[in-house]
Structures are given as structure tokens and as C-alpha cells.
Design a protein around this ligand. Structure first.
Ligand SMILES: C[S@@+](CC[C@H](N)C(=O)[O-])C[C@H]1O[C@@H](n2cnc3c(N)ncnc32)[C@H](O)[C@@H]1O
Length: 272
């Protein structure tokens, strides 16, 4: 859940565009799990006439993989910096042979600059947790989908980054980590959007780090170091506080000598 002005979120992600891909292993793994069932459609259906939307497309890694299936794909993102990086990376050298050129749109998932009933499929991985109102974003996705259109999304659930949250709680009472919706709140937001078929599953994912600073580097590298701007919001912390947090995080060191960062990931499939 975000309480930040959209411009601050866009700015943080724009700034991270160049470092994102090398810091995004967890985001890659999660997106691939969401992508597998989507791409299995490519084996059974002709996709050349289909229009797909990648909502919160970031550097366009998944946008390009979606487009490699043969569908016409639009990548939409709030951050102009992400979009210009994606354009440069995905439509020139190193880009896959695509039957349709990728289309890039700057916009907000909560107020899509797109027509009703325009897409056969909406894909969105690890972007919707940045929306102020998930129900609104899902209503917008529902609006732009054609009847029987499908939406696949992942988002983070309460309990994500619990070790980091607990380590900071040992140091001060400021908000250093984003708050995430509970599974019940996500289910309620999905209900608001009036899809005819809903599948939701929450799976834990543990990423291992040699130390807490390596986790913070990844969060900063992907642009997720931006935290709510309510009272006491405190970003990733000053030097003294940071050292104290790193020390507190040590209590989570496991038998393999690593520090865990636990994510609770919601995987959703919705049909209009
Ligand atoms: C963690 S990145 C994920 C990017 C991509 N889906 C991936 O998995 O590589 C989150 C992306 O969501 C975008 N984003 C955040 N809030 C958004 C909003 N309200 N509408 C559209 N995009 C948004 C950010 O700019 C960022 O590019």
C-alpha cells in the first residue's frame, strides 16, 4: 500500500531504471512463475490478433517475453525513466524478433489512459502494491479487458520483508519499510472489480543475503527504497541507525550462514 505522491514513486523508479535488471532476481523469478501459464496459451491459441497489456512494465523484460508469443503488447508504466530505458533496451539490439513492435504508454494503473474493452489479457507483476487503491486499479484493468479477457497479476502481501521490519523496530519507531495489504484486503479489492472468475494464492518466497546491506542494495537498485510519506517515514535510514539495524538483522542468520528476506507473494488469475 502506498501513501506517497505518484510523482515520488515515479521518480524513485525512474532513477533506478539503469540498475533495476541487475538487482531484480526476486522480481524475475516471481514474474516467470506468473508468465508460465500465460505463455502456455501460445501453444494452443493463435495470438497474432490478440492485444495484451503489461501493467507496470518497468524495464520491459516481461513485456518483451509476452510479445515473443506473437501477441501485440503494450507496456504501461508510471515512471518515464523506466519507459525510456525499456524503449532503448527492448526495441534495438539484443531484442527478440517480434511479430509486432512493442508499444509503450506512460500512465497510472489507477486511471488508465486506455479504451474500454481493448485487451484480451492484462499481465502485471509486482507493480500493483504501489497503488493507493488496489480495488480501483483492478476496476480499471477490468474496464480495459474485453469480455472473457483474463488478468494475471502478482502483488506483495502483509508479512513481506518481515525480518527487515522487525530489525528496524529494534532501532526506532519510524516507518522504514512499505506496508502491504493483507490477503483479506486483496480479496476484498478483487471483489470490488467484479470479475466472474477469481483464483488467488499466496506463496512465501525467501531470498538469501550475505548481509542486510546486500538486501538494502537490491531494494535501492530496483527503486523500492521509497517508503510511505506519513509521519515518521524514514527511508532506508541514516548511517548510525543503519548499522544498528544491520546488527539487529543478524538475529535472523540461519544455519547456512545467510540472512533471509521473506516475501509473501499473491498470485492471481481473474477472468472478466
Ligand atoms: C518492482 S517494478 C516491476 C517491473 C516489472 N513488472 C518487472 O517485474 O520487472 C514496479 C513497476 O511498477 C511501476 N508502477 C508503480 N506504480 C504504478 C502505477 N500506479 N501505475 C503504473 N505503474 C506503476 C513502477 O514505475 C515500476 O516500474
Amino acid at each position: 500500500m502506498s501513501y506517497s505522491p505518484k510523482s515520488s514513486i515515479a521518480q524513485a523508479f525512474s532513477k533506478a531504471a539503469a540498475s533495476y535488471d541487475s538487482a531484480a532476481q526476486f522480481q524475475r523469478d516471481t514474474g516467470h512463475k506468473l508468465l508460465d501459464p500465460v505463455l502456455s496459451r501460445a501453444n494452443v491459441e493463435p495470438l497474432a490478433s490478440q492485444r495484451w497489456l503489461d501493467l507496470g512494465s518497468g524495464t520491459g523484460y516481461f513485456t518483451e517475453l509476452l510479445a515473443a508469443s506473437g501477441a501485440h503488447v503494450v507496456g504501461l508504466d508510471l515512471a518515464l525513466g523506466m519507459l525510456s530505458h525499456a524503449k532503448a533496451q527492448r526495441s534495438s539490439q539484443g531484442s527478440k524478433q517480434l511479430s509486432h513492435p512493442l508499444t509503450w504508454v506512460n500512465g497510472d494503473a489507477e486511471s488508465l489512459p486506455l479504451q474500454d474493452n481493448a485487451f484480451d489479457l492484462v499481465f502485471s507483476t509486482l507493480a500493483l502494491q504501489w497503488c493507493d487503491d488496489l480495488g480501483r486499479a483492478l476496476q480499471e484493468a477490468h474496464r480495459v479487458l474485453k469480455p472473457q479477457g483474463e488478468m494475471y497479476f502478482t502483488t506483495l502481501v502483509a508479512g513481506s520483508l518481515t525480518e527487515l521490519t522487525q530489525a528496524w523496530q529494534q532501532v526506532d519507531d519510524k516507518h522504514h519499510v512499505n506496508a502491504f495489504l493483507s490477503q483479506a484486503e486483496i480479496a476484498a479489492a478483487v471483489c470490488q472489480a467484479d470479475f466472474s472468475h477469481v483464483e488467488l494464492q499466496v506463496l512465501p518466497e525467501v531470498v538469501s543475503y550475505p548481509n542486510a546491506l546486500a538486501l538494502l542494495r537490491d531494494l535501492k537498485g530496483i527503486g523500492a527504497n521509497h517508503v510511505p510519506t506519513r509521519a515518521h517515514a524514514a527511508g532506508l535510514g541514516g548511517r548510525g541507525a543503519l548499522a544498528a539495524m544491520c546488527q539487529a538483522y543478524e538475529s535472523f542468520r540461519n544455519d547456512h550462514g545467510m540472512l533471509p528476506a521473506t516475501y509473501q507473494v499473491c498470485y492471481a488469475k481473474l477472468i472478466k
